[in-house]
Design a protein around this ligand. Sequence first.
Ligand SMILES: Nc1nc2c(c(=O)[nH]1)N[C@H]1C(S)=C(S)[C@@H](COP(=O)(O)OP(=O)(O)OC[C@H]3O[C@@H](n4cnc5c(=O)[nH]c(N)nc54)[C@H](O)[C@@H]3O)O[C@H]1N2
Ligand SMILES: Nc1nc2c(c(=O)[nH]1)N[C@H]1C(S)=C(S)[C@@H](COP(=O)(O)OP(=O)(O)OC[C@H]3O[C@@H](n4cnc5c(=O)[nH]c(N)nc54)[C@H](O)[C@@H]3O)O[C@H]1N2
Ligand code: SF4
Ligand SMILES: [Mo]
Length: 747
Amino acid sequence: MTEDTRQLAAVGEDGLHLYTCPLCEAMCGLEIQVRDGHVAGIRPNRDDTWSRGHICPKGASLGSLHEDPDRIRRPMIKVDGQWYEVDWDTAFRRCTELLAPVIDTYGIGAVTAYTGNPLAHSFSLARYAGILLGLSGMPITYSPGTVDQWPKNLSSHLMYGGWWTFPVPDIERTDLLVVMGANPAASQGSLLAAPNIMGLLGAIRARGRVIVIDPVRTATAERADEWLPITPGSDAALLLAISHTLFAEDLVDVGTLAPHLDGLDTVRDVVADWPPERVADATGICAERIRALARELAGTPRAVVYGRIGTCNQEFGSLASWLVDVVNILTGHFDVPGGAMFPTPAAWTITAQPIPGLEDGAPDFGRYRTRVRGAKEVLGQVPVSCLAEEIATPGEGQIKALITVAGNPVLSTPGGHRLDEALPGLEAMISVDLWLNETTRHADVILPGCSPLEQPHHDDLILNFAINSIANYSPPVFAKPDPAAPDEWEILIRLTGLCTGTPAEEVDIAAIDDGFFDYMCFTQGLDGAEIRAHYDHGGPERTLDLTLRTGPFGDRYGDNPDGLTLTKLKSMPNGINYGPMVSRVPEVLGTADGKIRLAPRYLLDDLPRLASRLTRAPEELVLVSRRHLRSNNSWLHNVGPLMKGRDRCTLLIHRDDARRRGLTDGDMAAVRSSGGCIEVPVEVTEAIKPGVVSMPHGWGHGKEGTRLAVANEAPGVNTNVLSPPDFLDEPSGNGALNGIPVQVTSV
Ligand SMILES: Nc1nc2c(c(=O)[nH]1)N[C@H]1C(S)=C(S)[C@@H](COP(=O)(O)OP(=O)(O)OC[C@H]3O[C@@H](n4cnc5c(=O)[nH]c(N)nc54)[C@H](O)[C@@H]3O)O[C@H]1N2
Ligand SMILES: Nc1nc2c(c(=O)[nH]1)N[C@H]1C(S)=C(S)[C@@H](COP(=O)(O)OP(=O)(O)OC[C@H]3O[C@@H](n4cnc5c(=O)[nH]c(N)nc54)[C@H](O)[C@@H]3O)O[C@H]1N2
Ligand code: SF4
Ligand SMILES: [Mo]
């Protein structure tokens, strides 16, 4: 841990500030120079104990984000279609006026919330989302979890008895990395927090090999040793065939994990039916290559398979998520250095707690079903694509009021255009957001939080996916312009109180905060009242201190005097790095018998659906999604410096597929699916598997009533018009945003 000799400026003062970028899982340490009250420059902090000098263009643009004139700085209410800036008290009163009658008339069942992705990266929101979702009484809420990692939550719940107990590839120490359905060159890592991830991949190549399995020759594949183009949606079949080979060639070696495994024989029996020949056509990867891959994985002492969003938000996401772990386990690359390991987060999160009623992995899903479609609940969520129909369909239980928090479902969720049409039918909509965008334009009230640079930062959820155990606290760079303005956690508490019958403006924030804190203490076997006596304040800093002090390195309020506290962490501006992951089986397991369930029945029951997929006639073309380094889902398109360069919202299409349709580079094409039709310029390439086309999501700006001057100049089109709301991974209810059958024609 380096001694810092730099002179750091105090909050709000000119000079040098150290700040952790809150935009993605890479958690880069930044040096921010402030001059005359403005960001004069952002550079990587080479002394950061985690990121050691990595940065990307997004982090470098935090100043522009902060200064974006379109960013909402004061609450706004809409009256007769016209927006007015108001004071906070008026805004909360308006929330009460709107929401209380809905609850009185229809009950809380007519209210729901959508909580979006930036919430997971926010100091204030992440620690307090549990209050809104857990205490407001809303029976069903929605999130992008069901277009993202729900299959992973499901397989982890079933295998390890913990719905956020995710194994993470130890890319710092592996010699063979197989990347399936991830493009870290753009995303910078997902459910895999690593500093300078492409640098780490380069280091693996220097000592071993990197193989990318993806329908697209992505920037990650370009920088790998080998690209295996796979047919979208067929990863589970490939992994079954790899597992088959491991058993058939006697390559299975689970090492010291043996006493902790349940179901190994079942797996052997199941995969016996899946020889490589059976899946070669469907995957597009020949049987011999599949066998060689199995041998390579088994024969490399430190190897690991990493599957991410391309293996999750597809038709067989649950099977693929499960089988990635199965292959790592069968090859002995699990819970050992260089394999897939369970991180040890320095601060724990409320998500580490079991879901009430689902404590031990009993596959008790479908505890309730959605009203219109009858979609089953899985781990407390239903598919986010149900939201539009629940608002639009009249009858008992119809959704009449919506609270959005840091989300833009109109662009980001399947069939978002239907939501766009449904939202005006609501009786009340409240958005906790910083921009007037495609979703929030429908709100009646917008409650803005601070800009990231006006808040402290310490990641929370992301530490659960990090390849090192780290802690890093950043004080705010700027002071809040209006010290009386509530923080976002306070906004969430007021809205929670409002849902339970107290006017928003009268909610006792401290009482609810204390109650939540006491519950968190209770989960650690501590008495909340006693622990609260240590503090003269509440809010996220108190919560953070609790989760650090009762975490694996914590001081346990004096029991371990040299242990970690927030005060100690604050004295270390470059953060603390406790080093790489360590073996955690069986202690990390939450299953009743303390074993890993290798063959959960609920997942095996999905195999016939996969089997019938193999014999299905091939589609003419299928659509997959992609990300770009300078985007962040739908919301960084208003930052000028990030929008430089050529149009990113294009349809990638293979040269042969383009030629057959009379398309050349830059032509407009019509893309049609069972969900809808859009027109988009094509980008002809050889870096994609024939039969596959690719679009980025998060575009489709330029809507009337939005305030996004830069984004609206280059709006792009919304690919989620093409995502059929009922195209799902059945076991998890996760949206299949990849592998969508489409037709492409020249316009
Ligand atoms: N076709 C396709 N669609 C996809 C995906 C895909 O791969 N393909 N990926 C899916 C995935 S993985 C995800 S996570 C979702 C993301 O979908 P969402 O979670 O809905 O995220 P965004 O669309 O980026 O919207 C983020 C919102 O948060 C607001 N915001 C930003 N910072 C803050 C803040 O600090 N506080 C508050 N209150 N608001 C803030 C922004 O203004 C914006 O309105 O998209 C999904 N959609
Ligand atoms: N710059 C930037 N960073 C981001 C985001 C962003 O929007 N921009 N979003 C953040 C979020 S919310 C998330 S969830 C993460 C996601 O992070 P990643 O998982 O790395 O996501 P992508 O970059 O979309 O890469 C997914 C890859 O899956 C491939 N794919 C599609 N279908 C299949 C399939 O059936 N099988 C296989 N094997 N591959 C397939 C696609 O071609 C694509 O290359 O990124 C996060 N980081
Ligand atoms: S990679 Fe970029 S967006 Fe992600 S944390 Fe680092 S600077 Fe921020
Ligand atoms: Mo995501």
